[in-house]
Structure formats: C-alpha cells, structure tokens
Design a protein around this ligand. Structure first.
Ligand SMILES: [Zn+2]
Ligand SMILES: [Zn+2]
Length: 340
C-alpha cells in the first residue's frame, strides 16, 4: 500500500478550509503584538508604578504562557513522544503531552510522525523542513503545505495517550486560551489581558521558537558533531550573539542544542558539553531524583567526546575503530579470567 503523502501537490491539493485553519494558527497569534500596543495606548496606567506593575505582569503572563507550552513540546512531544529518552509516571507523561497540545502545533500523532520523518531523512529531498529547500520553507512554508490527513507512523498510532491528545486537539487549544483569561480575571489583571499575554502571545512565542529550531538550527551556529545532516547548535559568538542564543535556549528549554540531538537522538540531555544551556535536562535530573522519571538516557561529556571521534571518521575508519575496541575488550576479559 502506498503511503499517504505529507504535503499538498497538484494531485493532492490542500482543501481551502484546512489552508485557512493552518494560516489562522500560524499568523493570527502575530496580531497579539499590535493588540498589546493598542491596549497600552487605550488604557495607559496613570503612574510610573502603574506602568511597572502592568509591564511586569504582562511579561510574567507571556513568559509562563510560552514556557509551559515549550516545556510540553520539549519534554512531552520531543524527548518523550518521538524519542522515548526517559520513562515517567503515566500522569506526568500525560501532563507534558497536555502542555504540548496547548501550543497549537497540530495533532500530536502528526507532530511525532513529522519529526520522526525529519530524523530519517534529515536534509535530503525527503526532509519536510530543511533549509536546503530555502529558509522560509524550513521556517513556515512547509507547515502551510502540510496535508491534515498525512502519513503517520504506526508506533505512534498505537500509543493510547498520544492518540487521546491527537483526537482532543481543539479542546487543549481552547483551554490554553481560556485558563490564562480566567487567571487574569481572578488576579485583577483582567480576562482580556490574561488571554492576550498568557494565551495569544504565549502561543506566538512558543510557536515561533519551535519554527526557529526547525530552520535556524540547521543553518546557524556551531557543529560540535560531524553528523551527516547540516544541523547546528544555535550558539552564536559575540556579546549579542551569545545573549540571543541564550534567549532561544531558555525559551525552547534547550532544544537549540540541535546538532547534539542529531548526533544522539535518544539522549535525554541535548546540552552535552560545558556551557550548553539545557533547562529540560536540569528539570529531568530533578524529577529523576524524586523518582518521577527513571531509565533516563543521559549522555556524559566523556560519551559525547567518544561519539565526536566516531562521527569524524570515515566509514572504514569507524569499522576499524569498532574492531579495535572489541579486541581490547576481549583482551581485558582474558586478563581478568587469568588473574582469577
Ligand atoms: Zn533537525
Ligand atoms: Zn528529534
């Protein structure tokens, strides 16, 4: 049986309604920026203290609205759903999935399948979002062409929790907008501002940071590993470069260590070398300590250095190296036996 295609083409055009929903999800959150400016102009606080209070609360709502969503994408959809890099209590797994579902990045089963597909075909013609087909395509263009009924992988279809959050996509999208409005109402910030900052702007930053990982982390930054794709760790030099890289790592929970991730996809930590900021890994360490997650696939710096060496070798060199390591192991075992 032929696979369902991923993207729209002449033979498989995208229905107009689906195109409208896609464009609404991608572009409508952008309107939150002028809406925030209009709100400030129409209802300006009377005093400097009032301004400080307003801007501080707006920032807090936006940050929490963004970071809870990107946490769900990082530790839920990505490091658990697509690459099961740790095991967790089912309620915690479901909680991360739920947070991810509030980001409006489509049905979960599609997200996992698209990302799995990206790892199999990274930066080849088959890749859904590679900058080798143009930066705009990798950033947003590919999303606009995606069919709603596209190819999905059976390992994700069999996962009951994944299918539950896939089939209730609009519920979580709605709740993700409603909850900050309710919190805004009861904290005195106002339901509209709660919706605007915690909901709409939260979705805006969460999504555009994710888009950036897809496109920017295959184009700009450093390559600590000589992987076969063109993935990068988004770490720019210079004062401002460093600040910008830190902001993207902070908002994405460390997902910008993307070259490391392509080198060892199952790794629970994406930051592998000193100074590589990875808040998701820090949180996982904490959760592991209190027993809420286990079997965490950590990559130590020594392991990463070993992997670096292997990936910089040619195929022949790699084979010879593996053989040599095998021999060394056998010799060691022999020595251990004779010394008994
Ligand atoms: Zn990638
Ligand atoms: Zn991945």
């Amino acid at each position: 049986m032929a696979h369902a295609p991923h993207s729209a083409s002449k033979e498989h055009p995208k229905p107009l309604l689906h195109q409208l929903i896609t464009d609404l999800i991608i572009f409508a959150p952008l309107l939150a920026i002028p809406a925030a400016i209009v709100d400030m102009a129409m209802h300006p606080p009377a005093t400097a203290a009032g301004w400080a209070m307003y801007l501080g609360t707006a920032l807090l709502f936006t940050l929490v609205g963004c970071k809870l969503r990107t946490l769900g994408i990082s530790l839920g959809f990505h490091r658990q759903g697509t690459h099961p890099s740790y095991q967790a209590k089912p309620w915690l797994r479901g909680f991360f999935f739920m947070l991810g579902a509030t980001t409006a990045q489509g049905k979960m089963v599609n997200w996992l399948s698209d990302h799995h597909h990206h790892h199999i075909h990274s930066d080849t013609d088959e890749d859904l979002h590679s900058p080798i087909h143009g930066f705009w395509h990798a950033y947003i263009g590919w999303l606009r062409g995606l069919l709603f009924n596209r190819h999905t992988y059976p390992q994700f279809e069999k996962d009951k929790q994944v299918m539950f959050f896939s089939n209730t996509f609009f519920v979580w999208l709605g709740l993700g907008l409603l909850v900050p409005a309710v919190v805004g109402h009861f904290t005195g910030f106002g339901w509209y501002r709660g919706f605007l900052y915690g909901g709409a702007l939260g979705i805006f930053f969460a999504n555009y940071v994710t888009y950036w990982v897809n496109a920017g982390c295959h184009q700009f930054g450093k390559r600590d590993f000589n992987t076969e794709d063109v993935s990068t760790n988004f770490w720019l030099d210079g004062f401002w470069g460093h600040k910008l890289s830190w902001i993207f790592a902070y908002l994405s929970w460390g997902e910008t260590n993307h070259n490391n991730h392509h080198a060892r996809a199952i790794s629970a930590n994406h930051g592998m070398f000193k100074g590589q900021f990875d808040p998701s890994a820090n949180l996982l360490r904490l959760l592991e300590r209190v027993g809420l997650v286990w079997n965490v696939q950590w990559t130590s710096e020594a392991h990463a250095r070993e992997l670096q060496k292997e990936l910089s070798m040619t195929k022949e060199e790699r084979k010879a190296y593996a053989l040599q390591k095998h021999r060394e192991k056998l010799e060691q075992q022999e020595q251990e036996l004779t010394s008994v």
